[in-house]
Design a protein around this ligand. Structure first.
Ligand code: C2E
Ligand code: MG
Ligand code: MG
Length: 578
């Protein structure tokens, strides 16, 4: 360093300044017009490898920047990447030309921005690539599709496939998230095999993938390709010592046939995929106009369902469970009904599954309970104060401890929890959740009883019954219809009957419609209870109230099929009161 530059400063002061420059926490160099380094502090020496701490980097880059800054006579800021084996160091350096003591010099200060740079890179990667599978993100495939669409929408034909892994949630619940993640990785590998450079596979969310095939010659070619892809997926995956089977449902849309924008094509592929999901899963379908109409209709129901929940446009019909010998009512079942936008009453078949899918079912169940509580006096007057009150709970709800805890609390809050019975299908017992071990005892403590609904239609076998602790078992209508003519159903009925008896469960025959069915039950079985149109249809309490303002004698005749009920002697004396 030229000491003349510091005329006036004492020796001590100068030494002090030199030390400070040397130890500055940023890299500092001073060069002359030829690029020769006149001053290099410790950090700069380490950065440039001049101190021998690592292989000396190519200084040409810096020299060039130096010349540029001198030529421009203005500061220049540049990023410098220094590679040391696998490690990378990134410096942000500002070069500033100065005139000092008649000399042209360049002062350069470098900050180490390696960490910040790595973080930026990581952000960049996560915006464009999926972390788990390494596949391009939705943004990338959208960009690619848009570039294929051409500015005037006149690009070449291509296919967009929407793939959704079937029952992925079950796989995750059953095997755990680690296996679920590993499955997605393996799956993406199998899906990606046989793709051309011009095709693109992308993971757009949890278990959803988009596949862009371009160019394509015909729909048949795409169908064939999808078929072979799906076949490849049917082989089991070996993950963490488990053999996991996973099928995938696929919907495909073609450009320009099924849409002229990425969003429309994606939506239509989704609609086609949805059709496959509802038709047995595990295969592929191309979009068509009929599907669009279906999707619109579904959206309409969805919309009205959300509105109905908001407006509390639900009501309950009550159907009695009857002692087939005395015709006395032993209990009632609350069956939810929806009053749609036009005031038409809809049965649950049209909306229960959707409500469950949309996450609205819990609210609906609470609405049912609220209506029961509101109408309890009328219920007691009509069916007797001893009649049990059954509420249906979907298997999905039954396995949800949070909902069930709230629901148990709500039942307790009624002040008469022991009047209630909850009806769940056998699936709730077989699923790997805590229903049987943790949730059931909670209800038992309150005195709430448990009924197995639609028995015989689920996945369980008779042997499962032995492990189930329930109070009542309802044999599904499919076994009861024409039972007197069907020896096979008769055999099944006998087996369920004796097993239930041994386990202390009350048996109820569901959907009893005819005198012949009743006669068979009475003559050939020990089944004592039944529920069905033969005895009573589900009825609305307010109808009952309106129709019988003064007299209670005619109560039993008010129903959807009054004459039939009267014909079978279903009157107040023999029926509604115990
Ligand atoms: P479920 O619990 O098995 O109820 C019996 C269904 O069979 C009712 O249909 C009832 O009206 C009908 N049914 C009764 N007797 C006869 C008969 O003799 N013949 C025929 N053909 N049908 C008969 P609904 O009211 O349409 O309810 C259908 C299903 O919807 C119920 O089956 C139940 O699984 C579900 N559901 C009803 N209300 C609720 C609710 O509040 N929550 C939940 N999660 N599900 C509900
Ligand atoms: Mg039921
Ligand atoms: Mg049932």
């Amino acid at each position: 360093m030229n000491d003349n530059a510091y005329n006036g400063a004492s020796e001590a002061e100068l030494g002090f300044l030199k030390e400070i420059v040397r130890m500055l926490p940023a890299g500092l160099t001073v060069q002359d017009a030829q690029g020769k380094l006149l001053l290099v502090n410790d950090v700069a020496a380490a950065q440039l490898g001049i101190d021998g701490s690592r292989p000396s980097p190519d200084l040409a880059q810096r020299r060039e920047a130096c010349e540029r800054a001198l030529r421009a006579g203005q500061p220049v800021t540049s990023e410098e990447a220094l590679q040391d084996g696998a490690a990378r160091q990134v410096l942000l350096t500002t070069h500033r030309p100065v005139q000092l003591a008649g000399r042209e010099l360049l002062i350069s200060a470098s900050a180490d921005i390696t960490e910040q740079k790595n973080f930026e890179d990581q952000l960049f990667r996560s915006a464009y690539f999926d972390e788990l599978t390494g596949l391009p993100s939705r943004r990338v495939i959208e960009h690619r599709a848009n570039s294929l669409l051409g500015r005037d929408g006149g690009g070449e034909r291509f296919a967009l496939a929407f793939l959704d892994v079937d029952n992925f949630k079950h796989i995750n619940d059953y095997y755990g998230h680690t296996v679920g993640d590993a499955l997605l990785v393996e799956l993406s590998k199998r899906l990606g095999r046989d793709l051309r450079d011009s095709d693109m596979l992308s993971r757009i969310s949890g278990d959803e993938f988009l596949l862009l095939l371009s160019p394509i010659r015909s729909q048949e070619e795409v169908a064939e390709f999808m078929q072979s892809t799906l076949e490849r997926l049917t082989a089991p995956f070996f993950i963490d010592n488990s053999e996991v089977f996973a099928s995938t449902s696929v919907g495909v849309s073609l450009y320009p046939d099924h849409g002229r924008s990425f969003e429309t094509l994606r939506q239509n592929a989704d609609i086609a995929m949805y059709r496959i999901k509802n038709n047995g899963k595990g295969s592929a379908a191309f979009f068509d106009a009929g599907m669009e109409r279906e999707a619109l209709a579904r959206m309409k129901i969805e919309q009205s369902l959300r509105l109905a929940i908001l407006d509390k446009r639900f009501c309950c019909a009550f159907q009695s469970k009857v002692d087939i010998r005395t015709q006395a009512v032993m209990g009632i079942e609350a069956l939810v009904r929806l009053r749609d936008d036009e005031g038409v009453i809809q049965a649950p078949g049209s909306f229960i599954n959707l409500a469950s899918e949309l996450g609205l079912i819990d609210e609906l169940t609470h609405l049912v309970l609220a209506e029961i509580v509101k109408s309890i006096d009328l219920i007691n007057e009509t069916f007797g104060a001893e009649a049990t009150i059954s509420i249906n709970v979907a298997a999905k709800q039954a396995g949800n401890p949070e909902f069930m805890r709230n629901f148990a609390q709500a039942l307790e809050d009624t002040g008469f929890p022991q009047r209630f019975m909850i009806e769940v299908t056998e699936d709730a017992f077989v699923a790997k959740n805590h229903f049987q071990t943790e949730i059931l005892p909670m209800f038992r403590r309150l005195g709430v009883r448990i009924s197995i609904d639609d028995f015989g239609t689920g996945y369980s076998s008779l042997s499962v019954l032995a492990d189930i602790t329930a109070d009542e078992i309802k044999i599904d209508r499919s076994f009861i219809t024409d039972i007197h003519k069907r020896p096979r159903s008769q055999g099944i009925l006998r087996a369920i009957e004796s097993l239930s008896e041994a386990l202390g469960m009350t048996v109820i025959a569901e959907g009893l419609e005819s005198h012949e069915e009743l006669a068979y039950l009475q003559a050939a079985t020990r089944i004592r209870y039944a529920q069905g149109y033969y005895f009573a249809r589900p009825i609305f309490l307010e109808e009952l109230k309106l129709a019988t303002p003064a007299s209670s004698e005619s109560r039993g005749s008010v129903s959807a099929r009054p004459t039939q009920q009267n014909r079978h002697g279903y009157s107040r004396a023999s029926g509604y009161r115990r």
